[in-house]
Design a protein around this ligand. Sequence first.
Ligand code: NCD
Length: 308
Amino acid sequence: MKFKDQHIISMRDFSREMIDHILSAAEVMEPIARGEQRSDLLAGKILAVLFFEPSTRTRMSFETAMYRLGGDVLNLGSVDASSISKGETLADTIRIVDGYADAIVLRHPKEGAAQLASEFSRVPILNAGDGAGHHPTQTLLDLYTIKRESHLEDLKIALAGDLKYGRTVHSLCYALSLYGAQITLISPKELCMPEEIVNDIVERGAEIIETDSVEDAINDVDVLYMTRIQKERFPDPAEYHKVANRLKITTESLKDVKPGLKIMHPLPRVNEIDPKVDATLHACYFRQAFYGVPIRMALLGLLMGAIQ
Ligand code: NCD
């Protein structure tokens, strides 16, 4: 398996073997991610961080991953303070930054931006979210979380919330289909999973159930993956207000779920999970955010050729 110098654009490009390899590499990284062991694996390497959209976890966990492995980070910082505000194209920005760094992590509001960047870059591009498109590194940490906290074999999982614009669930579906998961899609009708993705993942071996009610669907699942309604992607704010607050989990909604149910969320949450749920044994979204560090350490190590 060759990861060195590869771009990470979409989960569609991954085989199960590739995913399992990255998950195993992340396990080895975990003590370093926790600060219990030191490493200089990426000493002398630089990761450029180009975020054209807000981020807390994705950006900071990539940065932490580099620092924990002895590498450095070059952050574009605010787009307004860069030449992009003078009208520089993404292609030109990438052609400059690839001379300054060994890999580039990119988040951009336009679907397809990471693919475009990869066509101009001499170093690996890591897609950290392209509009409503894909978010493959989030999926890898989601799978790592499922493996650590539940099980990937014979998994029954419900994905709930904004399945239309949510890039994390688009990527996650593709990966879950490789594990033959039974996937329940829960969303208001206006925000259902795009038909082409449903068709693709059924073809790849997933079993799909679609519904618009959380209560009916969660009692039989091992994992409930909640998502935020992606307000910023609605062309018409009135349409957002129609669906906002439609799906919400409270401790009351959890009274008949499996004792081992794990609730995940890529975060940020808005109001789709009541904070009272945080204290239950089901909540694992804060640990999930931590798992982004070992996963991104593993990926960076593989892409930069420091591990195999
Ligand atoms: C997600 C994103 O940016 O797509 N956040 C993240 O990376 N953890 C989810 C979201 O913004 O709702």
